[in-house]
Write a protein that binds this ligand. Sequence first.
Ligand code: SF4
Length: 470
Amino acid sequence: MARSGATFAERAEGPARDARLHRALERASVPYLRKRARALEELEDLEELRTHAREVKEEALRHLPFLLEELERRLRQRGARVVWAARADRALEYVSELVRRKGVRLVVKGKSMTTEEIALNAALESQGVEVVETDLGEYIVQLAGERPSHIVTPAIHRTRADIARLFHERLAVPLGSRPEELTAAARHVLREKFRRAELGVTGVNFAVAENGALVVVENEGNARLCATAPRIHVAVVGIEKVLARVEDLEVLLRLLPRSATGQKLTSYVSWVLPPEAAGADGPEELHVILLDNGRSELLADAVLRESLLCIRCGACLNACPVYRKVGGHAYESPYPGPIGATISPRLVGPRTRELAFASTLCAACREVCPVRIDIPRLLLALRSEAVERTETAWWERIGMKFWRWTMVGRRRYELAGTLLRWASRFGNGSFRRLPGPLHGWTRYRDLPAPAPKPFRTLWKERVRTDGRPN
Ligand code: SF4
């Protein structure tokens, strides 16, 4: 479990040593990646599809103001109430006021990272309203008093045994119950909540400007129940979720479930339409909150706007070696992992800027991203911002300047290599403890010494001996 700490490195220290956490993360993320690879292999046109998906999202971002107005018009035409929330406060104020006005005491929620972003639960609970998460993973973390640790699988950090213990303590389910029995126990509790709730809250995966449809992709049917069973439905929509046309969905729905869970299609793809369009079914009122909360700032940034292409499949988290060692809580953002590091500073707050450094830049995230977001490039841009703002330590800035000066001059580079080779003779082929601020590198591992002969020397010797380099 991540302890609270001032920096990501401090918060990550506990999880990085937690073998139980590593087991839980590996047991979930590795099979997801395997299933993802298998599901994508079946697509003969995979690369074209990825390109097409990116184009669809890029086009939507290019015309975002127009598409949002179109979406609003369609929704209003059919009887939905639409609210523009520039910041989280406005969204919270609107929902709080609605809940007060309607005398709501119980709210059911479908999994929504957008509502995690604005901390909706805390705002409603402070008014004395009971808020129940109805996605099984979210329900588990809510019972445990935790926050989700993954954008698709919120309880990924918990093993089956952990969950059985938790259900025993909180729901009096017998210890040693099988997963089906645990699920049935949760279902039993949640059905009653759905029956009694006056208001349901969901996020959405896509909002289609062409017809005003809000599309929710899920496996449990709980989001559909949140959107249809209570009298009032509130959908919180990040403005980057808008798509121009219904046909764009076909492209993204082929990639999203495959990338997220390795499924060809999730069990439920719900089209939430405003009351008039839905006929006699569904809630009496639909309130749609179009949430900006930093997205316009991302859009205005020539580099970081690429992060708005994200369709929240979670594949980059599963592939990230840092995420897989520390889990999601150490990030202290509802959006952990590689994509989280790129969007959190604008959507969650400047305190998350350091997350850009929580990456090895191995580019595994870019490889798996269905819309080919170049996350390492975005992380580097954020790191540059941090350096420009002098948020990095003085010795690090000087060290990096010195490093650059050494690397760009051949003689200096060779001299540095010679000095390092000489120094490594005192350390049995590796450096076990570096001095001063560099000690962080050797705190958990040795620094290998340079090869006895540099490549350039080996090359020359080979040419001299064989007359050719191979
Ligand atoms: S950045 Fe790409 S891989 Fe990561 S969640 Fe978004 S769409 Fe998925």
